[in-house]
Design a binder for this molecule. Structure first.
Ligand SMILES: *Cc1c(COP(=O)(O)O)cnc(C)c1O
Length: 391
């Protein structure tokens, strides 16, 4: 591995050697037929990833640009948006929509819990929303949304379903042809970034639009954006030999390789692996007396927010991990100093997580907490096996 450290923050995630090699390929002109072939292949594979007959957009930018593209191309100024927020990244949709003069209502959960779907049902029945956003997994809390329940409720009201897949895409299935509920409702938009479960460095915004979402773009006429206006990108996504704004050539090489890795593993297997990783690492950390913020029933398979036991100093803990080459993230807002966040997604391996468990145990021991590292490792592998056998 070229990585000298284990990057277990909730994105960016560990980059595989094959992907680094692709990044280091000779840079070609963006209209060079050889590059155009690669871009075409990556776009075709993006459609496969989401199983969509709509359109996909892959442009230079971060996940936030992908959020903006989803919002600005479907909801006009003065129209209404409902945000289902399970934390910091749900709230980002509210700020974003306000910047464009969109009327926003928010259903916000207590951090670590889910918004009650009954409240969603009441809200969509009582109001005329153009769209509803669902953060598939919220990176601040480690809470996963329940698409099975939410999609039919929202679609029955006529609103579009926009799914933020930034820490979910390529780990959890987001099949845009899948029929939800008895009336065969489908997801309209999935958006993501490159640096989380896809496993390449930051820099790509990726958005998939269903036919219905594309129709919404047509219906609103002009949009208050230029770079984020999908109209300006459509011709390029149909034929990457065309030019609108220079694509990040080397990132596209890397993305193409990363998608091959994802599709080769297969989304069903990949999702099962992530579910197993999530359960197993949380079980191991619980054996240290640590408590995940989210209950197992709502916990995300891709990352966890872990509360410290009494008396553990956050800065010292994370510095100690970093000294051993394991990088985790602090927590946001009112949880800062009280919890840390660990990513277990993308091309992260069981061996990496095992090493993290050891180093976390050592950091706790340094702060005078008695923990059994061998037992935690055993719990991790037992849970991993149990989850794998189940699936
Ligand atoms: C990281 C993240 C974002 C923002 O992505 P950036 O690449 O930082 O702009 C949005 N939503 C979720 C759920 C995320 O995890």
């Amino acid at each position: 591995m070229k990585n000298k450290e284990l990057l277990l923050v909730p994105g960016p995630t560990p980059v595989m050697d094959e992907i680094y090699d692709a990044l280091a390929s000779e840079t070609r002109g963006h209209t060079d037929p050889r590059f155009v072939e690669t871009f075409k292949n990556a776009l075709a594979n993006t459609k496969k990833l989401f199983n969509t007959d709509g359109e996909v957009y892959v442009v230079a930018g971060s996940g936030t640009l992908a959020m903006e593209m989803a919002i600005v191309n479907t909801i006009a100024k003065g129209e209404r948006l409902l945000v289902i927020s399970h934390g910091y990244f749900g709230d980002r949709f509210t700020l974003l929509a306000k910047a464009f003069g969109i009327e926003v209502d928010v259903l916000q959960s207590t951090w670590g819990e889910r918004v009650d779907s009954k409240l969603v049902e009441e809200a969509v029945k009582a109001n005329n929303y153009k769209a509803v956003t669902i953060t598939h997994a919220d990176t601040s809390t480690g809470v996963m949304s329940d698409l099975e329940t939410l999609v039919p409720i929202i679609k029955a009201s006529g609103a579009l379903v926009i799914v933020d897949g930034v820490v979910a895409t390529a780990a959890l299935q987001e099949d845009m042809s899948k029929a939800y509920g008895e009336d065969d409702y489908k997801i309209d938009i999935v958006l993501t970034g490159s640096q989380k479960a896809i496993g390449i460095p930051p820099g790509l915004a990726i958005v998939a639009f269903s036919q219905q979402a594309l129709a919404a773009r047509e219906q609103i006429g002009t949009v208050p954006a230029y770079y984020a206006d999908i109209h300006n990108w459509r011709a390029i996504m149909d034929n990457p030999a065309m030019y609108f704004a220079t694509p990040p050539v080397n990132l596209i090489y890397a993305y193409d390789v990363a998608l091959n890795i994802v599709l080769e593993e297969g989304m069903e297997k990949r999702e099962a692996r992530h579910i197993a990783f999530g359960k197993a690492i949380r079980a191991a950390l619980r054996s240290y007396g640590m408590t995940p913020l989210a209950n197992e029933e709502v916990a995300a398979p891709t990352l966890s927010c872990i509360l410290y036991p009494e008396g553990i100093d956050d800065a010292k803990f994370r510095a100690s991990l970093a000294k051993s080459g394991v990088i985790v993230a602090g927590s946001l807002a009112h949880l800062a100093g009280k919890a840390f966040r660990i990513g277990h997604m993308g091309n992260t391996t069981a061996e990496m997580l095992e090493q993290a468990i050891v180093v976390i145990g050592e950091a706790l021991q340094e702060q005078q907490l008695q923990v059994d590292i061998e037992k935690a490792k055993k719990v991790f592998f037992q849970q991993l096996e149990a989850a794998t056998v189940q699936s």
